[in-house]
Design a protein around this ligand. Structure first.
Ligand SMILES: *[C@@H]1O[C@H](CO)[C@@H](O)[C@H](O)[C@H]1NC(C)=O
Ligand SMILES: *[C@@H]1O[C@H](CO)[C@@H](O)[C@H](O)[C@H]1NC(C)=O
Ligand SMILES: *[C@@H]1O[C@H](CO)[C@@H](O)[C@H](O)[C@H]1NC(C)=O
Length: 441
């Protein structure tokens, strides 16, 4: 009992240290990486100098024009607005090493942002051009050294590799061949499994294709959900799930043999409980929790940490009324503590355990929210819905972890543990206060 409590405490404190991002005794390796990363982005900035003075002038004129038409938005939780795209942003993705955020827009570019300077005044980004087309979806590869895109006109997947040039800057190179065209209807999502074993693409007409990394179709799934509204790979890379017109969310396991060869796609489990179609779903980072948002006017939190092969079913943890409509999206913080749901251009943030509505963000963008996700440390919530990307502090996440520590403090047996918890709560509270008092764009 004592040991279990100690292990739990250690884990919790571990997570909190990351959350609060207290830079105590940073290792040399980290510092080296930081310097490298600074070089990757700095050189891009300097590349625009010199012959580009005319271009800079044009940029300035354009940005002045854009400003007039720009949607204004402010909120105490707004940490940054990332503005470089000249077209509407449709998709966002964080690299699994936590260093980058990728965005794509109908301006024929993919932008790679450094997550490290979210809180700085300047937000540098690197640009990858999508020749003769534009990307509507972008997903990082597990090693964070490549990304896949969905081509709006090409109607298929193109892979880009990130390469370090001699001067240390990053550049991007498209693979010589795009994947073959296989989808006949509007694309919903693409993904690469964290295991690096497969790529997924899904369209509204209930078809999901499982590909190898070279663009060969390994298997095709018919979801039988009449129409689909969303599909995704689980963060553990084992499962593919889909939702749509029917009230159930279906989950499959993509199975590989011991030698890494593809075996089959097998039905794993369903989430049954909504009384109408499901707009979207999301996983926690270890795939142990899922959240769903439905036309029935609720979101539901599920425990999916089950052994489905032993006939265990996932079970419902929470049902909470919420505003939703066609196109609503949902995000779950990596630790499963916070649920964010979009409705049109509004976002609501809930405590996942209590179901309490904690934050409402109104008219965040001039258009409907096109993507919504937490960064890998659960510090920020990001979204798109026009040319800008908004970055919010995940204040409900900070509050939830403080509350969890306060609960542990009540149960704490010995004095040393109590003191440690009290100190941790104080630190977390002051980190939250700092975040909330920080500069607002
Ligand atoms: C949700 O979005 C729909 C469509 O944009 C809108 O009609 C409705 O008023 C919104 N509900 C709330 C509570 O904001
Ligand atoms: C970009 O989004 C805005 C706001 O939703 C919309 O008015 C505009 O038509 C969009 N532009 C394009 C090119 O789709
Ligand atoms: C999930 O996120 C938590 C909190 O950010 C972190 O402590 C944990 O290591 C992550 N787990 C995985 C499997 O990525």
């Amino acid at each position: 009992m004592e040991l279990a409590a100690l292990v739990a405490l250690t884990l919790l404190l571990g997570a909190l240290v990351i959350l609060v991002a207290v830079a105590v005794g940073r290792r040399k390796e980290e510092i080296r990486e930081e310097i490298e990363q600074a070089a990757e982005f700095a050189a891009e900035g300097s590349g625009a100098k010199g012959p580009a003075s005319k271009k800079q002038k044009q940029d300035k004129q354009r940005s002045r024009k854009d400003k007039a038409a720009q949607h204004t938005f402010s909120h105490t939780l707004l940490a940054a607005s990332l503005k470089s795209h000249s077209g509407n942003v449709t998709c966002l993705d964080f690299s699994s090493n936590g260093k980058y955020l990728a965005s794509c827009a109908d301006d024929r570019t993919v932008r790679i942002w450094s997550t490290k300077d979210f809180l700085d005044r300047e937000h540098k980004c690197l640009r990858a051009n999508v020749e003769l087309d534009h990307a509507t979806l972008v997903r990082f590869s597990p090693d964070s050294r490549a990304f896949i895109t969905w081509l709006a006109n090409g109607d298929t997947i193109r892979i880009f590799k990130m390469m370090k040039k001699e001067d240390g800057t990053l550049s991007f190179k498209a693979a010589p061949e795009d994947f073959p065209q296989k989808h006949k209807a509007t694309i919903l999502n693409i993904g690469i499994a964290e295991t690096g074993k497969f790529i997924m693409s899904a369209s509204t007409d209930t078809s999901i294709h499982i590909w190898d990394l070279k663009g060969e179709v390994l298997a095709s799934i018919n979801t039988n959900q009449i129409t689909n509204s969303y599909a995704a790979i689980s963060p553990c890379g084992r499962f593919v799930a889909s939702c749509g017109f029917t009230p159930d969310v279906k989950v499959w396991e993509v199975c590989f043999g011991k030698g890494g060869e593809f075996k089959e796609v097998a039905r794993a489990f369903d989430l049954k409980g909504h009384s109408a179609g499901v707009h979207a779903f999301a996983f926690s980072n270890n795939s142990h929790r899922m959240v769903t948002v439905s036309k029935d006017g609720t979101w539901k939190l599920w425990n999916t940490d089950v052994e489905y092969k032993k006939q265990q079913d996932p079970y419902l943890l929470k049902t909470v009324p919420c505003a939703s409509s066609e196109g609503s999206l949902v995000a779950l913080s990596p630790d499963g503590r916070v649920v964010a749901i979009s409705n049109g251009s509004n976002i609501a943030m809930y405590n996942a355990a209590s179901g309490e509505l904690e934050e409402e963000l109104h008219s965040v963008h001039s258009g409907e929210i096109t993507d919504l996700r937490f960064d890998i440390n659960g510090r920020f919530l990001v979204c798109s819905g026009d040319k800008a990307i908004r970055v919010f502090h995940n204040a409900p996440g900070y509050r939830a972890s403080i509350r969890d520590m306060q609960d542990m403090l009540k149960k704490a047996q010995n004095e040393a543990m109590k003191q440690r918890l009290q100190q941790q709560i104080k630190d977390a509270q002051s980190a939250l206060d700092t975040v909330l008092a920080g500069p607002v764009d």
